[in-house]
Design a protein around this ligand. Structure first.
Ligand code: PLP
Length: 482
């Protein structure tokens, strides 16, 4: 064993000497560490007689996994800094390895019998998220994702305010109207202002009717990263007595960033005053998919989850996560990945994790600055988090939309991946905005700069965008002349 560990260490050391710390396309060194961690885990079961069958047909096994590798080549390079499109990034190597390590056990965090260690790790990891929000007491758990987490928050809202409706902004994630429908709750969308934030005058008009049970504040909209103005929403809650739920699935971790602007920061400073929060570790928390999180400020809401199950809980009288979660079986491995990540990169201001969020925002501001200074583009508002949206200048909204689509596909040919977003034309502050009719939308370009590497890659991103835009625009001029 010691011999093996020495070999692994030597290999790693050699790797470092030969440029092991240089960037690569894929990080693979952690596989050596997985091997030694697996040996360590196995020691915990050394009192058992071997009972697991070896792989019988190695050739077939290898052939199958190579087929899988071939199939997986058909993907955009989500892990690479030139993938700057949708809200996608790879898990941190520590999360990936911890998740894989847990696969040898495959714990189920529904009940303590199914996932003893991983249930404890889930409670600890969620408590760290609650602490990041500013809550010393809470009740919460991991979920399959943001949709399920929001469903639970809206469900509790419906239990506490039966028969009353849910409201969220027009730019809130579509999951809120759909999930309200699933829960049998009425839903109403509130108008947004020109910066993609909930229009609070429009909200107040709805509130005066007295039938709102839950208001969803989006702390970082999916399309533009806009943050609903929480301080004023909290004032309205004093007056109209509704439940305030923060959908911070994408934006929540920015509470740790040190470079938010003066209009955004107050919303994060008062995040602890909402009734429930969704923050997705599988978005900004460096986790594999399948890791959302819902946290409630008042632990007493756990009473709504209570159920009697004669078959799940046999050997422990401790609180089971299945007693505070709507989902039953859940991957214990998700909790293990998150716990390991938070141990390696604690959720503290000024820490490495916090700095990676600040880096994303800085990258977004840098790209925004370049776009704003360039007369081929029009920008919307200053990025509040790490999402930038922009459109090519054209005489008509429809022409600008066409150009966005061309730039999007030409950039992809150069391995630079943006996203397209259909947004209200009123977000764009320029002549095109005036040309746009009320309610008209524009297809614009959108970039989520959510990897810490984006800050050093933003110049390269700009270089490619610059060249691609020139060629698309020259081509259009030539075709117009012909
Ligand atoms: C603000 C917000 N809420 C909810 C969701 C839905 O989360 P999930 O896709 O994890 O179900 C998203 C997804 O992007 C989101 O951005």
């Amino acid at each position: 064993m010691e011999e093996k560990n020495r070999k692994v260490k030597n290999r790693r050391r050699k790797g470092e000497k030969t440029g092991g710390k240089q960037p690569r396309v894929f990080e693979k060194d952690s596989l050596d560490i997985l091997r030694s961690a697996l040996d360590e885990l196995e020691k915990g079961f050394s009192n058992l007689l071997p009972g697991v069958e070896p792989i019988k047909n190695n050739d077939k096994f290898e052939g199958t996994i190579l087929d899988v590798a071939k199939r997986l080549k058909n993907n955009y390079p989500y892990f690479h800094p030139l993938y700057a499109g949708q809200m996608l990034k790879p898990p941190h190597p520590i999360a990936r390895i911890a998740y894989m390590l847990a696969m040898w056990i495959n714990p189920n965090n529904h009940a303590l019998d199914g996932g003893r260690a991983s249930s404890a790790m889930e409670k600890e990891a969620v408590a760290e998220i609650a602490k990041m929000i500013g809550w010393e007491t809470h009740v919460g758990h991991l979920t399959g994702g943001g949709t399920m987490a929001n469903l639970e928050a809206l469900w509790i809202g419906g239990q506490l305010n039966p028969g009353k409706k849910v409201v969220a902004s027009e730019q809130a994630h579509y999951t809120h109207s759909r999930v309200s429908n699933v829960l049998g709750l009425k839903f109403e969308a509130v108008k947004c202002d020109r910066e993609g934030k909930m229009d609070l005058d429009a909200l107040e008009e709805i509130l005066t009717k007295g039938d709102v049970g839950t208001v969803v504040a989006t702390i970082g909209t999916t399309a533009t990263g806009s943050v609903d103005p929480l301080p004023r929403l909290l004032e309205l809650r004093e007056q109209y007595d509704f439940r305030l739920h923060a959908d911070a699935a994408y934006g929540g971790y920015f509470i740790l960033a040190d470079n938010l602007n003066q209009t955004t920061k107050p919303s994060f400073d008062r995040l602890s005053e909402v009734d429930s929060i969704v923050i997705d570790p599988h978005k900004h928390g460096l986790q594999p998919y399948g890791c959302g999180c819902v946290v409630f400020r008042d632990p007493a809401v756990a009473r709504f989850y209570r159920h009697d199950s004669p078959y799940t809980y046999f050997t422990s009288s401790d609180l089971h996560l299945g007693e505070i979660s709507l989902e039953c079986s859940r991957a214990g491995a998700s909790a293990v990945g998150l716990w390991a990540t938070q141990k390696f990169l604690p959720l503290v201001k000024g820490g490495e994790f916090a700095m990676s969020l600040s880096a994303g925002r800085e990258a977004a501001l840098k790209l925004f600055g370049k776009l704003e200074a360039d007369n081929r583009f029009i920008t919307a508002f200053l990025p509040e988090l790490d999402i930038v949206v922009w459109a090519p200048v054209a005489a008509k909204v429809s022409e600008s939309s066409e150009l966005s689509k061309l730039i999007f596909s030409e950039a992809a040919k150069q391995n630079l991946h943006f996203a397209l977003a259909e947004l209200p034309a009123k977000f764009f502050d320029f002549a095109l905005g005036k040309l746009a009719t009320e309610g008209e939308t524009i297809t614009c370009l959108r970039s989520v700069l959510m990897k810490k590497e984006h800050l050093v890659w933003v110049d390269r991103i700009w270089e490619i965008l610059n060249a691609v835009t020139d060629s698309v625009m020259d081509d259009r001029k030539r075709r117009k002349r012909e």
